[in-house]
Design a protein around this ligand. Sequence first.
Ligand code: HEC
Ligand code: HEC
Length: 382
Amino acid sequence: MTRAAVAVAGLVALVAAGCEKPLKPGDPVRGLTAAQRDRFTRGKVVFDSAFTPQTGLGPLFNSTGCGECHEDPAKGGFGDEVEVHAAAFRGGVCDPLVQEGGFVIQQHTIPALKQALGIDSEPFPPSATGRAMRTTPVLFGRGLLDLVPDSVILSYADPDDRNHDGIRGRPNRAVDGRLGRFGRKAFIATLDEFNAGAFVAEMGITDPAQPTEENIGGRPIPAGVDSVPDPEITQEQLDLTNDFVRFLAPPTPARLDATGRRGRELFSQIGCAACHIPTLRTGDSPVAALRHREFAAYTDLLLHDMGPDLADICLGRATPSQFRTEPLIDLRDAQRFLHDGRATTPEQAIEAHGGEAAGARDRFKALPPADRAALTAFLKSL
Ligand code: HEC
Ligand code: HEC
């Protein structure tokens, strides 16, 4: 190529990048093959199907389908459902209460269970020491978070605060020692495992990866209550759901005006970016569209002590006051903030930060009103 041709080719590439249509909430990532797009579309159907007792729902459940909760502003998005979780924290050891039906406390029962036991929700586990409320988050970009190499996440950890900035960051670990990433406590290692667990914990739908129903507060399911043979969905239905969730893109952050750019600067200056790492990059993947991709993540996927006011339950190595840095993805559509939805604005969410985030919070509170507004405008662009 001549030098002029190279320049023209470069210009064409630049224009093409600038003209790429922004990704909306609910869109798949760019660059999927036709076959992958087809799986995304079919996976959405499974994600959005409503189960009944005849198709395996229950006997305990929180809702009838993934898409009943994760639905705003598109399937895979936020939901107004707030769940109850419970665990026992004794002598520094966390018990997720598997013997008593697990840490998700189901709020509904199918009619047959109600008839057999006279209950319309799962009894609260008697040995729990803590109770937690959990709002329904967006799933956009979680397929990319799944692929960030462990080494990258661990490079942000500073459990002994060697750099003396007051911010530690520790990884959670699954029971078998793998790095945890998903859920507000980062207790679950992979996206596929979270999804397989959600079928059972949220809908009482057993699947090939988790073929057993949870018990009812420690008691077995009474005979005749659930006659659908396990697993209640096929491997193909599970795989399609996994692909739908995996391919959900983080929506493209809005273009920033001068105020938004000032807000982005402040976000780094006052120390928000120490935990909410703006950009992460995925590692290897058999899916080209997910491989070595940079994306706006705003998380380190590590646990941070957020102080006593936000504390609720333990899970794995997360103590009651430790939470995973929440990814700041699709904040423009968020109605509620923080794990239990106690904040209705981003400002309230920041003001509730404590513990390791107290310094950043105080610097935010000390900003002049125009700068606070700029930072909030930036958050709303995400
Ligand atoms: C009753 C409402 C409800 C239903 C039904 C539901 N979810 Fe969720 N989902 C939640 C809540 C609440 C959380 C947050 C859990 C936490 O913070 O520990 C969550 C979290 C998740 C996460 C982790 C997100 C993250 O940031 O780590 C994934 C993945 C997920 N759900 C997938 C699914 C799939 C797949 C289904 C269907 C099989 C499903 N969910 C069904 C309420 C629901
Ligand atoms: C020490 C680490 C840390 C620092 C520093 C920090 N955050 Fe957070 N942030 C978190 C954690 C952990 C959560 C989740 C807390 C929860 O759900 O209770 C969170 C949650 C949030 C949320 C709510 C997100 C949602 O969808 O619920 C917003 C908004 C936010 N942070 C913005 C900021 C801003 C702005 C700053 C700087 C002033 C900041 N954070 C500094 C760790 C941090």
